[in-house]
Write a protein that binds this ligand. Structure first.
Ligand code: GDP
Length: 553
């Protein structure tokens, strides 16, 4: 090294390039074996290591549907009829999930009904559901949130079973329900499709067993397997800080077996499991695949949707450090969410084959029109598909679905509600609002070709009132005006309002204070203004001065 003018002492480190350079002089080839990160080592433990130890695991089911169609009642009914009697009165605790037995097999239900919870978990990467039961009240039929639930389930690619609820009522119309489901792409078996529809009543308990048998039927072909001999990995369903017990998390074990004494990591939270309780509140020492357990021992409260991994204490600690470092680096980077502005880049890199859209409109007619025109833009490289559409304002669940499915949200004659805006900002979801179908189609087409014009934001800078009009030969009309609010700026644009109606929209040609050209005039001062290509100025006109700023991407 000295001969090569690399001056180091025996305690210095040198990098790999230098080392291999020096080694090559002695005809030695160096090979770099990078140290594995703790995260990688943990991930490797959970890779599928052959099937010999894999055994059948219970299916995991989520219940979704329109409000008041009976999701909660159904979950209660299932829990009450199927809980093994004799166990502490058979009463289950609410821990976010529970397991029931039927025909000697188990089924695990996630006890937080609704597609919003389902999709926000999915947005965080937790794909834990095998089957979605869509509850439709037989008297009410398919409603907007039923459609949302169907689309959320389809986007997650889970098996769908329909529970037609409230069959005990007299004013029901089952055929209409089937018809409506068919209209939304769910053709029931009876009509030649492959969707199982089970008539039930959460009130009387009718059909509950059939529903559970249907779950076993659709999951049998899926051959759900897990290896109870491995260390556990699972997902946090719920978590809270309990005054007496500290952080408490409901963990659904997805693979392996979780045991008291295990060192675990979930997100940034680590810990050693102190105690576990099952869905009946009974203390347990171990929990196998598809079992929900309440876990004590986390050092801080993990987040719902976080993955849980059990590993050696050292690895757990190191992985937690690595995660914190990674977040620091990533928060410095831009969000990776889908955005119309960088669509072309993603397409040309070959990273994008599907452009997912969520479309919200004011009326059903425009939804259909917009959907079909947008889907037609598909070309050989990219398929444009609308994964969800609905009537009404863009809401938070639309944004969560967009985040989970990497979609862009398109609003037509509707706005995004304030929650949606906040969440979209945070999650980096692109919302585009239009009131002309052509503009929406044009934007998406251009974005796919990489020709989208930059986005502009309008800022109103001031308002002035015309007090006098001077006709000056060779120049045209000049307004003698008074700045009533904000300021007047020379490089601004102007909208001329007469009796609250906008009669002209253009550019400011000149701005003067007395005889001098000026850049701006503040509120409370008089000025002279002329408008480019517009001489029809009248006393009493209000000029709204605004500027268009390009939004930095
Ligand atoms: P969720 O909003 O979907 O969770 O619906 P709930 O479970 O809260 O049920 C809404 C209403 O429908 C409640 O008043 C229930 O008592 C009623 N309900 C639920 N299932 C049935 C049923 O099978 N038959 C009848 N008659 N009423 C039901």
């Amino acid at each position: 090294m000295f001969k090569e003018f690399i001056f180091n002492t025996i305690n210095d480190s040198i990098d790999f390039d230098y080392a291999s350079y020096i080694a090559s002089m002695y005809d030695i080839t160096l090979e770099l074996k990078a140290e594995k990160s703790a995260e990688e080592i943990i991930a490797e433990t959970f890779e599928d290591d052959g099937l010999e130890d894999n055994t059948k695991r219970p299916p995991i089911v989520t219940v979704m549907g329109h409000v008041d169609h009976g999701k909660t009642s159904l979950l209660d009914a299932i829990r009450n009829t199927r809980v093994t009697s004799g166990e502490a009165g058979g009463i289950t605790q609410h821990i976010g999930a529970y397991t029931v037995q039927i025909n000697g097999e188990s089924i695990t239900f996630i006890d937080t009904p609704g597609h919003a919870a389902f999709t926000s978990m999915r947005a965080r990467g937790a794909k834990i559901t095998d089957v979605a039961i869509i509850v439709v009240a037989a008297d009410d039929g398919v409603m907007p949130q039923t459609i949302e639930a169907i689309n959320h389930a389809k986007a997650a690619d889970v098996s769908i079973i329909v529970a037609m609820n409230k069959m005990d009522k007299s004013d029901i119309n089952p055929d209409r329900v089937k018809q409506q489901l068919a209209e939304h792409g769910l053709l029931v078996e009876e009509w030649g499709g492959d969707i199982i529809l089970v008539p039930v009543s959460a009130k009387t308990g009718m059909g509950i067993n059939n529903l559970l048998e249907a779950v076993l039927l659709v999951t049998e072909i899926k051959e759900l397997k897990a290896n109870p001999k491995k260390r556990a990995m699972g997902s946090v369903l719920e978590a809270k800080l309990d005054k007496g017990r500290g952080p408490v998390a409901t963990v659904l074990v997805l693979n392996g077996t979780l045991s008291v004494g295990d060192n675990v990591i979930a997100g940034f939270a680590t810990g050693k499991i102190r105690a576990m309780f099952d869905d009946k509140g009974k203390r347990v020492k171990q929990a196998g695949p598809s079992t929900p357990v309440e876990v004590l021992g986390f050092s801080e409260v993990p987040q719902a949707g976080d993955f849980v991994h059990a590993a050696d204490e050292k690895l757990v600690k190191k992985a937690a450090e690595e995660r914190k470092d990674k977040v620091k680096i990533e928060s410095a980077k831009q969000s990776t969410s889908m955005n119309l502005n960088d669509l072309f880049g993603k397409i040309s890199e070959g990273n994008l084959k599907n452009l997912n859209l969520i479309i919200k409109t004011d009326v059903l007619g425009s939804l259909e029109a917009l959907r079909s025109s947008l889907e037609k833009i598909s070309n050989d490289e990219v398929k444009v598909s609308s994964i969800h559409g609905g009537v009404g304002a863009i809401n938070e669940t639309d944004i969560m679905l967009a985040r989970a499915s990497n979609a862009i949200v398109i609003g037509f004659n509707v706005r995004a509600d304030s929650n949606a805006k906040v969440v979209a900002e945070k999650e980096g979801v692109d919302i585009r609002l239009y009131n002309v179908i052509y503009d929406a189609v044009d934007d998406v087409t251009k974005a796919m070709k990489g020709m989208l014009a930059p986005k502009y934001r309008e800022t109103i800078v001031g308002s002035i009132e015309v007090r006098e009009v001077f006709k000056i030969s060779g120049v045209g009309a000049v307004a003698g005006a008074y700045v009533t609010s904000g300021k007047a700026v020379r490089n601004g644009k102007v909208r001329v309002y007469r009796n609250d109606v906008c009669v002209y929209d253009g550019n400011i040609l000149a701005l003067k204070r007395f005889k001098d050209d000026v850049k701006e005039v503040a509120s409370g001062y008089e000025c002279g203004v002329s408008v480019e290509n517009y001489n029809d100025i009248k006393v009493g006109d209000i000029f709204e001065i605004y500027q268009m700023e390009e939004i930095e991407q």
